[in-house]
Design a protein around this ligand. Sequence first.
Ligand code: ADP
Ligand code: MG
Length: 328
Amino acid sequence: MSETVLSMRGVTRDYAVGGAFRKKATLRALRGIDLTVDRGRTLGLVGESGCGKSTLARILLGIEDPTAGTVLVSGRPIQEYERLARARLIQPVFQDPYSSLNPRMSVEAIIGAPLKVRGEGTAASRRARVHEMAGEVGLPRHLVEAYPSQLSGGQRQRVAIARALIGEPEILICDEPTSALDVSVQSQILNLLHRLKQELNLTMILISHNLAVVHHLADEVAVMYLGQIVERGDADAIFERPCHPYSDALLKAVLPPRAGARLPELGLEAEFPSPVNPPSGCAFHPRCPKADALCTEVDPNPAGIDPVFRCHHPNNFGAAAHPTRAAG
Ligand code: ADP
Ligand code: MG
């Protein structure tokens, strides 16, 4: 039976921007996010830079509170967890392994820190566990004594992953975990995450602006645009039959997969809009090849079952892709 581990309902996050010289304004980084992830599943979260992916990650990690809405982790509101209890359950891997590791601490101290903070075991037993974990993530033995400055980007990211997993969390939130790495190393780190996820039955959120990165690992995909999820469903289905014109554009931009970490030009008309002043109706309409008068006026409600999409004129792949439309 599937069991929901993470859920977000109506999650909104506002930031106050402007100030001394500019007029104060509200930037709505998340606009009513509904999301659930079941135990052992990997959700790929994709969308262009600025669409709200990292904000969503910070809220799931409890680093920030939502302005409105609820976040449940294992059935409990995330704010109710005491810090250590939360860290035991959910751990991050961030984009930049150069700034996320303390340069004054040895690899051994970095990986072992979560156990030390909790006062688990003896110094000797923690040390043994660190060595075991280093082996698990493919870090050469001698590097356990090293300092971050002596490691490559890929090795640093292995250290970050070991630190995240040593306390045996249930949930791993990876925010662009390979974006700062050389192309040749990216697939090694993705393969490592893939193996660990299966061995440890982790529930994972994998954030990337690059759909190709997500396709490799995700069971499900959520496509974000300007603080909303515009399409959500089985990863293979979305890769084969994207319903939303935005998912379509994102997919076309990564096919054939480019080596570079940055998303190629989407070939869409207008620029990414400002979350301070989102477009009327469907937020995607100024860039959408299918937009008509309805799209400029009415924000579409989510439709469909799997996938769920938010569009007045979804790509039509026949009844199978649109169970609710076929029924109606
Ligand atoms: P992504 O990770 O998808 O690139 P972010 O979540 O970082 O997107 O940002 C979403 C939006 O929220 C952007 O417009 C960004 O400028 C804004 N934003 C993020 N954090 C802050 C903050 N602390 N203060 C003000 N604006 C922010
Ligand atoms: Mg980000």
